[in-house]
Design a protein around this ligand. Structure first.
Ligand code: CA
Length: 229
């Protein structure tokens, strides 16, 4: 039985799709490719890939919609969006739709492969004994990637989980944005510090009673963030 990690590539530009498919297969991944959004959702439903690479501009359904559909199917599968746009608002929209990461076209295949490898490395490390802890009245489970408050349970995306893992390991101590990027995203150059801030905003909504007045995931001005239980 093959143990190759299976990547679903949803990209309609033939030369980009072919180049990526070749590069990813050369790196040892199994690649399923589709050029259309709806078909991508169907393939994800049938095949349950380990990671999805998703273009935003698709001929039928745009990538944001596809991302929302994929999230409905699987709350945890890592989704990396490919965007030709560099505006921050488009990236935030992608993250809001449930993407974990994005790369802006034109991108280096090596960078994308490095991101995918980092995702799988951390996913492998994350398997093991159930890891749970409390933040205020929220019960965080790093193994199932969920946060539960009262009778309401919400999924955590891959990077949300890894960000909480890092902050929890250093509870009470400031953690710089640079350290977060290096340890959670695995690369120093990109994505930007704003990415960290966007993920913190999302985490606060899941964990804090008053996300605008956080008492657990605290901003350390000029540095980064720290966790108070
Ligand atoms: Ca496209």
């Amino acid at each position: 039985m093959s143990t190759k990690r299976r990547i679903l590539l949803i990209e309609d530009e033939p030369h980009i799709a072919l180049g990526l498919k070749d590069a990813l297969e050369f790196e040892g991944f199994a690649v399923m490719h589709t050029a259309r959004g709806l078909e991508g959702v169907a393939v994800a439903r049938a095949e349950r890939p380990d990671c999805v690479i998703l273009d935003i501009m698709l001929p039928d359904l745009n990538g944001y919609k596809v991302c929302e559909e994929l999230r409905r199917l699987d709350a945890q599968v890592p989704i990396i969006m490919l965007t030709a746009r560099s505006q921050e608002s488009d990236k935030i929209r992608g993250l809001d739709a449930g993407a974990d990461d994005y790369v802006t076209k034109p991108f280096s295949v090596n960078e994308l492969v490095a991101r995918i490898r980092a995702i799988f490395r951390r996913a492998a490390r994350a398997t093991g004994a159930p890891e749970t802890f409390r933040i205020g009245d929220a019960e965080v489970n790093l193994t199932t990637q969920t946060v539960t408050r009262g009778d309401k349970s919400e999924p955590l995306s891959f990077y949300e989980t890894e960000l909480l893992r890092l902050l929890h390991g250093k509870t009470g101590a400031p953690v710089s944005r640079e350290e977060i990027l290096t340890k959670v995203w695995g690369l120093e150059a990109t994505p930007t510090n704003r990415t960290v801030d966007n993920f913190v905003v999302k985490l606060r909504k899941k964990i804090e009673d008053a996300p605008d007045k956080p008492i657990h995931i605290l901003t350390v001005y000029g540095t980064g963030y720290k966790l108070a239980l």
